[in-house]
Design a protein around this ligand. Sequence first.
Ligand code: ADP
Ligand code: MG
Length: 626
Amino acid sequence: MSDIIRLLPDSVANQIAAGEVIQRPASVIKELVENSVDAGASDIKIIIKDAGKTLIQVIDNGIGMSETDVRMAFERHATSKIRNADDLFSLSTMGFRGEALPSICAISEVEVRTRPEGEQMGTRLVILGSKVTVQEPCVCDKGTSISVRKIFFNVPARRKFLKSDTVELSNIMREFERLALVNNNVRMHIDTGVRNLDLRTASLRIRIEDIWKNTLKSDHLIPVDVDTSLVRIEGFVSRPEFARRRNPLQYLIVNGRNMRHPYFHKAIMSCYDSLIASDTMPCYFIRFSVDPSTIDVNIHPTKNEVKFEYEQQIWPILVSAIKAALGKFSAVPSIDFSVDAIPLHPMREGDTMPAPHIEYRNDYNPFASAARATRVRVGSDWERLYDNFSGHSPSREPAAFTHAEADRAELSAGVSPEPEDDIFTLAGDHDADTPQVCIQYASKYIVTTTRDGLVVIDQHRAHVRILYEEYLARAERMEVVSQTVMFPETVSLDASQQAALGGITGELRRLGFSLEYDSDTTWRITAVPALPKGTRASDVIMRILDSIAEDSVNYGKEGNVGDAIAGRVALVMARAAAIRGGQRLSVTEMEGIVSSLFVLPDPSVTPDGNMVYTVLDESRIARLLT
Ligand code: ADP
Ligand code: MG
């Protein structure tokens, strides 16, 4: 077999930002198994000792590597999978960055045995901390076996960061499940010492059953299948009656790759809106197949986020397909779904597409609808909202719709009205012509009336609450725009801050911040998101690191670290940008704040736990007057 590995040209190497590929044992498994899949393996075995801290071994029966190739494979940006930047847009392999093997061998002891088909002898390579210490011919099976020992042995901060064996093992099993789900045509075997799972090759449905046989039955699932020239969507969603209160199994697979995609997640959830209790969630296993040139998977080093070019056109296809499936299997008798609404031809930018017509039986709640429409509007005007508050002249359109406008927008947007009981109702919300009355008191408080009483709102806290939500929503929708800075600021960090930073650089990047190691204890901030006026990126970073240090108790625990970091960034930025006490506000500005505040899920407290407003109801006022 001929040598097939090439070095990427520098230009491409730079285009592909070096990243945090390996965070924990589970990431090693992901990278090695994906390499095995790329090597055409039909059988992959994984052996784990001590939750991966002692050994992670992946054995495959793929194409193997020649003597020269295996040596080359551990060079940075060495890949056999792409040759130039254009290939990034027609990817058919899991790997392409040429980063995994060099990253793994930089932080562990690696032993490789590999033999291409047709060769007599294979090659054995031992690499200690990036140095090849042994290279010799060996007898081995066709394919490749890679053993990774003592992960992070030379990065004490990282090794310390590893969680208990239980947590790391559960991360490993979750990663294995994801890989097994995506590669149902590969036999997959894992032995962790605690669990031993051997999965035959099977259809997607059987694979799902085999993986989750203890928690999921196949009659819980409804097939979804739609094929258009823009996208093929297939898979399974759970019947509404099997929605779960905890740990729903939710998987999106895009061209054979497991992906997070908050936008499509929301699309799927919206199909269950009126079908399941609000504290439960459906399971879903949805596969998208699209032309690789219409997606970008190179937006994150771990390659688990994807950007679709035709996201907005795919939304209605996805929603119709799922509603059709739920309807067809008579899960939802009350929905009048229309399969005709599924476009069978690709739509391009600018095309419009009527949302499928769906009738809900819910009672119409005018406040909920106004609230939703307002929220949409404020979301898109987020920067302007606070830009204006930091200036003086509010010579602009009102930030909020009038209720009449909102209702019209609501109708034309086809948003489903649904009751939102936890929000109290604003006075006059049922009467489109009654304007909201807001007055400012002591340059600090906004006073307004509701059916429930007189509301006194702390203007600063209210604005912190609003901006916080907006920022988080943007991060979730991946709408954070990051800008490279010409003259990077630097921050100087002590060892624990560096360790903390190491664990969150991926998240920070998602939020628009890129940091590069400079020298010694110094890091350069090379890219930043749009920041509130007068806020320095280095301040934001330092405050985030401080807040991690303050409660490393909370941080280290289970739960989504990413969300925690996003929350911290959002809070720091919201605090910096929010209007202050002492600032005079126009009626329009006050109305903007009031209407944006009361559409939030919990408007009554700031993210850091301060009360945002108090309500003086009639009886309280009467008591004050006795
Ligand atoms: P990438 O997967 O992005 O190309 P890696 O660092 O993961 O980068 O791997 C580098 C190269 O090593 C791959 O392009 C491939 O040619 C080779 N390689 C890695 N693992 C295997 C394997 N299990 N079988 C055959 N070749 C492999
Ligand atoms: Mg790879």
